[in-house]
Design a binder for this molecule. Structure first.
Ligand SMILES: [Zn+2]
Ligand SMILES: [Zn+2]
Length: 507
C-alpha cells in the first residue's frame, strides 16, 4: 500500500513576502462613489494578490472632497497606525494628490514611513520612495502641486538646491570635474580640462583602457583619491551631466530591490542648467554610440550564447552576472557565470557561488523545456541566482525555483572556501585517497608541527550541516545561509549570514 508523507517546506529558504496595502481616496464630486470604490478595491486586491512575492495587507480608503482639505482621514490614520505597528511593508497609491493634503504633509508622512522601513509607490508618477531618486522626485512633484502659480523651473531649482544643500546630489557620488557651490555645479578648471580631453580622445578612437593608463602615468587622481580606471572613463563619456543637463531616474529599483536601467518603464526627468557644460550634446552622443558599438563587439559576447546575457542577476547583491572563463580545451567545464560585484570587489563584498553553464542549461531546460533561443527570450524575463536555488521569472508572471546542485565534483563544491581551521585560521583543504565519497576528508593544510586539527569526514560535515540548518541536503543551504564555519577538535562552529552562531558537537 502506498504511504503518503507530508513534505515540510523549508520556509527560511524562501524570500519573505512583502506585505502590501493600498490607499485610495474617493472623490464624491467627480466620481460615481460606489462604482469607483469597488473598482479601486478590486483593482488593488487583484494587483497585490497576483504578485507571488506579495502578501495582501488590505485596501484602505477615505471619502474626500476634491480641491479642499476637509477630507475624511480616518482610514488614512488607520493605515499609518498599521504601518507603525509593523504590519505593512509597501503602500500603493494612485497619485501624490490622492495621498496628501499638501507638500509638507506628504513629505513628512513619506519620510516617516521611510524611516520605519515602509515604501510608498505612486502609480501615476512612477515613483517608489525607496529608489535613489525617489525623494527628490517627490519633492519636485509635490512642489509643483503646491505652488502652481510659480514657474516650474523655479520649483525645480528650489527643490534641487534643497537636496544638494544636504551634500550628495541625487543620492549618487560626486561627479568628476565639478564642485557644488550652493547654486550650481561649477567646473574645477584642472579636472574640467581632463574631462574634455577624455571625450576628445575617446571620440577619436582611443580605448577607455588606453586613456586611463596614460592619465595614471601623468598622476591624474579621481574623486576617491585613486587614479581613474577604464570603467570610470566609460562612465564619464556616457554621463549626460557633462552637457549641462542632468537626467533623473536613470535607474530604478524593482520589487526585489534590484537596480535596473530605466528603459522607459518609468518617466525620466531632464533638469537643465544644474551643471556648467563641458562638452556639446553632439560630442556626448558620439561618445555614447562608440561605447555601445564597442560593448556589442566585446570578445566575451559570443553570439551563439547570448540568450542568457543581461538576464541573469545575483540574488546576493542584485548586480549583473557575466559569462566567464571560456576555454577551447574544456568548454563544458570552464563556462561559468560570475557576479560582477564579486569579480570587481571580491568575495568579502559578495560571495555568490559561481554557476556553471551546464547547471544553468539543465535548470533552464527543466523550467521551459528544450526551446530555441528566441523562444527562451520570449518566455524568460530574468533569472536570479541564489546559493541554494535559481529563480526563473517568466514573462507570464510566474516564478519558478530550481534547487542548485553541488557535490560530486571537486570543481563545484559548496563548502570549499568557507571552512576554516578553528586552531590556526587556515582555510581547510579537501582530500581523498579513493574515488569514493566516503573517503573524502577535510583537514588543515598547515604542517603537523604547527597544527594538529583532527580531520573531519565529508560525511559528518554533510550530516551536521543538514541537521544544523534543518534541511535534507545541507550543501545548497550552507552556500546560501552560512558565512563561514570553523572546525575545532570537538565542535563545528557555524557563523550564519543572519548573524546567529550554531554549534555542532563532533562525533
Ligand atoms: Zn553578487
Ligand atoms: Zn590549523
Amino acid at each position: 500500500m502506498a504511504t503518503i508523507k507530508k513534505i515540510m517546506l523549508d520556509k527560511q529558504s524562501l524570500p519573505p513576502r512583502k506585505r502590501v496595502a493600498a490607499y485610495a481616496r474617493i472623490s464624491m464630486e467627480t466620481e460615481q462613489m460606489l462604482h469607483s470604490l469597488s473598482a479601486q478595491v478590486s483593482y488593488y486586491s487583484k494587483k497585490i494578490q497576483s504578485n507571488p512575492q506579495w502578501e495582501y495587507a488590505g485596501v484602505y480608503f477615505d471619502e474626500g472632497i476634491t480641491g479642499t482639505s476637509i477630507a475624511g482621514r480616518g482610514e488614512f490614520k488607520r493605515l499609518l497606525a498599521d504601518c507603525d505597528a509593523g504590519k505593512i511593508d509597501i503602500v500603493l497609491v494612485k497619485s501624490i494628490s490622492r495621498f496628501a493634503r499638501d507638500t509638507v504633509d506628504c513629505l513628512n508622512t513619506v519620510r516617516h514611513l521611510k524611516d520605519i522601513g515602509v515604501e510608498v509607490r505612486f502609480e501615476r508618477e512612477g515613483i517608489a520612495t525607496f529608489s535613489a531618486d525617489g525623494e527628490l522626485l517627490l519633492t519636485l512633484l509635490a512642489s509643483f502641486a503646491q505652488a502652481e502659480s510659480e514657474s516650474i523651473s523655479t520649483n525645480i531649482k528650489w527643490a534641487l538646491r534643497k537636496k544638494f544643500e544636504k551634500g550628495i546630489p541625487n543620492g549618487h557620488k560626486q561627479t568628476f570635474g565639478y564642485n557644488w557651490d550652493g547654486v550650481k555645479y561649477r567646473i574645477i578648471p584642472e579636472q574640467g580640462e581632463i574631462v574634455k580631453e577624455i571625450f576628445k580622445r575617446y571620440i577619436e578612437g582611443e580605448s577607455g583602457y588606453a586613456i586611463a593608463k596614460d592619465l595614471k602615468m601623468r598622476g591624474v587622481i579621481g574623486n576617491n583619491g585613486v587614479p581613474l580606471d577604464a570603467s570610470t572613463i566609460k562612465d564619464i563619456v556616457t554621463n549626460p551631466s557633462y552637457t549641462g543637463t542632468m537626467i533623473l531616474q536613470k535607474h530604478y529599483h524593482n520589487e526585489n530591490h534590484v537596480r535596473k536601467l530605466n528603459r522607459g518603464e518609468l518617466p525620466r526627468y531632464a533638469v537643465e542648467d544644474v551643471f556648467e557644460p563641458l562638452v556639446s550634446f553632439k560630442d556626448y552622443e558620439r561618445a555614447v554610440i562608440i561605447r555601445q558599438k564597442r560593448a556589442e563587439a566585446a570578445p566575451n559576447r559570443n553570439p551563439q550564447h547570448t540568450k542568457f546575457a543581461g538576464k541573469i542577476k545575483c540574488g546576493n547583491c542584485g548586480a549583473g552576472v557575466s559569462r566567464r572563463g571560456v576555454s577551447r580545451n574544456h568548454p563544458e567545464f570552464t563556462k561559468k557565470w560570475v557576479c560582477n560585484t564579486r569579480e570587481r570587489k571580491g568575495t568579502s563584498v559578495c560571495d555568490m557561488h559561481i554557476l556553471r553553464e551546464m547547471e544553468l542549461e539543465t535548470a533552464t531546460e527543466s523550467v521551459v523545456g528544450k526551446v530555441t533561443d528566441d523562444e527562451f527570450c520570449r518566455l524568460v524575463e530574468k533569472i536570479v541566482v541564489y546559493g541554494d536555488r535559481i529563480e526563473f521569472y517568466l514573462n507570464d508572471g510566474r516564478v519558478k525555483n530550481v534547487g542548485r546542485k553541488y557535490g560530486g565534483t571537486l570543481m563545484n563544491n559548496g563548502f570549499k572556501g568557507r571552512l576554516f581551521c578553528g586552531k590556526c585560521g587556515t582555510p581547510l583543504r579537501r582530500f581523498s585517497w579513493k574515488p569514493c565519497v566516503k573517503a573524502i576528508r577535510w583537514g588543515c593544510p598547515a604542517p603537523k608541527s604547527q597544527c594538529t586539527l583532527k580531520v573531519l569526514t565529508d560525511d559528518e560535515l554533510r550530516r551536521a550541516t543538514a541537521s544544523i540548518l534543518e534541511v535534507t541536503d545541507g550543501e545548497p543551504a550552507f552556500v546560501e545561509r552560512v558565512r563561514k564555519m570553523q572546525v575545532f577538535d570537538d565542535k563545528l562552529r557555524y557563523e550564519l549570514k543572519d548573524g546567529t552562531v550554531k554549534i555542532w558537537q563532533r562525533e
